[in-house]
Design a protein. Structure first.
Length: 222
């Protein structure tokens, strides 16, 4: 089975050091939630994030939402031929169980993620749909134990979506950065067997995930 990891994803609760910032407090009061229980979002918390470490990789949960809608609506996912993991910038891992339906509304998605960060599991009819674990990227790769780990980045060797998908080994793992700007950190790169650039220009996350899955589907369904 193919594995897909959104690495260093812009999905986290507001960190402790920002919870008393005026912009965070104003937003939390508006939505009537505790500052410690809301997603970090630069649409609301831009002023608070100015001096935050790795600022360009943080505060964009909408990127993850859009990408997951594409991934979980793909034939590959619906046919249970892919495992999906979200490795967050704060070193947590969200595991998607098969047949999870991601809310199309971003507001509902944000609420679901906030609930997951608090409760660690989302359960429906006795089945775990989403699970949050305290796990770093290296431990995640070790737990998956893929035949190869292929990172997609503009800093990698020139390739194409079609060729990359065609040459993936059985039980491979694809890693895509779940952030708006920048490149994989060294701790991610150290676990990649190779890094490939599938387009000359930097593409949005949902475009990369949908295109690579489509090309992979062509190798197994067509």
């Amino acid at each position: 089975m193919l594995s897909l990891i959104l690495a260093e994803s812009s999905l986290e609760l507001v960190p402790t050091e920002l919870q008393n910032h005026p912009s965070v407090l104003a937003h939390s009061q508006k939505i009537e939630k505790n500052p410690a229980e809301i997603l970090l979002d630069n649409s609301w918390h831009f002023a608070a994030m100015k001096n935050l470490e790795d600022e360009i990789k943080r505060g964009r949960p909408d990127l993850i939402h859009t990408s997951l809608l594409s991934i979980c609506g793909s034939p590959l996912y619906l046919e249970k031929k892919i495992s999906v993991y979200i490795h967050t910038i704060s070193n947590s891992v969200i595991i998607l169980r098969n047949q999870v339906r991601i809310p199309k509304s971003y507001h509902r998605f944000a609420g679901l993620m906030e609930q997951l960060f608090q409760e660690k599991e989302i359960i429906s009819d006795g089945n775990i749909l989403l699970e949050l674990k305290n796990m770093n990227f290296e431990d995640l790769i070790n737990s998956i134990s893929p035949s190869e780990v292929v990172g997609l980045s503009t800093s990698g060797k020139d390739d194409s979506f079609q060729n990359t998908a065609k040459n993936l080994k059985k039980d491979a793992c694809i890693v895509v950065g779940g952030f708006q700007k920048g490149h994989f950190s060294d701790r991610i790169k150290n676990k990649l067997d190779k890094i490939l650039s599938v387009n000359k220009k930097s593409l949005e996350l949902h475009v990369v995930t949908s295109r690579i899955l489509y090309e992979y589907e062509k190798t197994i369904f067509m």
